[in-house]
Design a protein around this ligand. Structure first.
Ligand SMILES: [Zn+2]
Length: 373
């Protein structure tokens, strides 16, 4: 198997490198641009140094720091490795770690060290309350006046949302799901030239909406053939009962899909796509059966028309490839494990134009990924 142009292979972590990537406590950042007039260290007599207590008027001055804060605020809880891969092209892990370490000391970010049974101590990043406020401000500024301003401001976590508070050695129950979701989101976003993506908790504001809204794991705005397309990502780890998937997801997406005016009013888009990825490395011994089950639940709820499904491993490996099937024409669980031949007729890109079953689409012409998945 060879990796396509769309990106790197799924992360194979190097334990030594991961340790080298820990933020260094004593270090100061070098090798980045800092605007000249801001953020000089000011010590107040009898008080904590100002750098540890950034106020509202004390946002990061360097572009690099601002982009890190925006990225972490947008994805909520992010492995440091992913921050490095996404924002620090050409910068060593040590330098990236020092920049992040300085942001931690200034009170914008927190780190959390995961301790894996298999070894390694990956570092995760999340924002402090002050950091989140600044980060969300940067997020909103970046979309102001664009056609996604309504979507982003509607989803923006409110100041009342409690910031994450992770304790040493206590692994949050959602950690693996979060890792897989943000990794997939970044892969899909980069490969498909995303205009926007986020992984906020409960992103769709219920407010006065007349129907219970679904709460996607991730949201992407991708450039489609006829303009920007809104894509909701649901990443499934097989922990959810079929009844719950039907009630909390399939039925809610189906209800929202038949209300274009409500979508427009809430999100600034009249339509959306639903992308469902099924975890296939650790949890599911039978991921294809799970995929077929979820496809059936989507069909039964009436949410199949604009829904695509894939195995998370395939979507991660070929984020722009023909590895998605429609819910009304799902892959077939031919053999176990799942990574077997799949009928190319069933394979589409994520943004394949919605067509009726049986109609040949342009995806067929693509040669990548290979015939045998
Ligand atoms: Zn297609």
């Amino acid at each position: 198997m060879t990796a396509p142009d769309a990106g790197e292979a799924p992360a194979q972590r190097d334990r030594a490198a991961e340790h080298a990537f820990e933020p260094l406590p004593e270090a100061d950042a070098r090798g980045e641009t800092v605007a000249p007039t801001r953020n000089r260290v000011r010590n107040t007599p009898g008080n904590t140094p100002a750098e540890d207590q950034p106020g509202e008027s004390d946002p990061p001055s360097s572009l690099r720091e601002r982009s890190v804060l925006e990225f972490v605020a947008r994805l909520r809880l992010v492995p440091l490795n992913l921050v490095h891969q996404s924002l620090f092209a050409g910068v060593s892990r040590q330098i990236a770690g020092r920049i992040v370490g300085r942001m931690v000391r200034r009170g914008w970010l927190r780190t959390w060290a995961e301790s894996r049974e298999t070894g390694g101590h990956p570092t995760w990043l999340y924002t402090t309350a002050a950091g989140r406020k600044i980060g969300l401000g940067i997020v909103l500024d970046a979309v102001k006046g664009t056609h996604i301003e309504r979507l982003v401001s509607a989803m923006l976590p409110s100041a009342q949302t409690r910031p994450l508070d992770l304790r040493p050695r206590i692994v949050p129950s959602f950690l693996r799901h979060q890792q897989e979701t943000v990794t997939l989101l970044v892969r899909l976003a980069v490969a498909n030239g995303a205009i926007w993506y986020s992984a906020w908790d409960r992103p769709l504001p219920q407010g006065n909406a007349p129907i219970p809204l679904p709460q996607p794991d991730g949201i992407l705005v991708l450039p489609g053939g006829t303009g920007p397309e809104l894509v909701f990502l649901e990443h499934d780890r097989g922990m959810e009962s079929p009844a719950h998937f039907a009630r909390a997801k399939a039925e809610r997406y189906a209800e929202l899909a038949v209300r274009p005016e409500l979508c427009q009013q809430l999100l600034g888009f009249t339509t959306f796509r639903l992308a469902v990825t099924v975890e296939n490395f650790r949890i599911h011994r039978l991921p294809m059966e799970r995929l077929v089950l979820l496809a059936r639940l989507l069909r039964e709820a009436g949410a199949a028309r604009d829904a695509s499904l894939s195995l998370a491993g395939w979507a991660n490996w070929w984020p722009a490839g023909t590895v998605w099937c429609r819910a009304d024409e799902p892959f077939e669980p031919k053999s176990r494990p799942a990574a077997e031949l799949q009928d190319p007729v069933l394979r589409h890109t994520l943004l394949c134009p919605a067509v009726q079953p049986g109609i040949v689409c342009a995806c067929r012409a693509q040669l990548d990924p290979p015939f045998a998945l």
